[in-house]
Design a protein around this ligand. Structure first.
Ligand SMILES: [Zn+2]
Length: 66
């Protein structure tokens, strides 16, 4: 019985972590581990996975450049 409770709490813990943290990835621009929304952008001919913050910055730059 104790074993089953242990397994159930472990599953609950993992599920909680997955829900609260989401998927982590390393941003190709700021090089930080990020969670949440990620964007794939082609920068200098290279496809990079970047975080939401960098994506916003990139978009602002793009608007400036026209
Ligand atoms: Zn970033």
């Amino acid at each position: 019985m104790k074993k089953i409770i242990g397994i159930i709490s472990l599953i609950a813990l993992v599920a909680m972590l997955l829900i609260s943290c989401g998927e982590t990835f390393v941003c190709g621009m700021c090089d930080q581990e990020k969670t949440g929304k990620k964007h794939t952008e082609e920068i200098f001919g290279e496809e990079l996975t970047i975080c939401d913050d960098c994506y916003e910055g990139l978009k602002a730059l793009g608007d400036l450049a026209g």
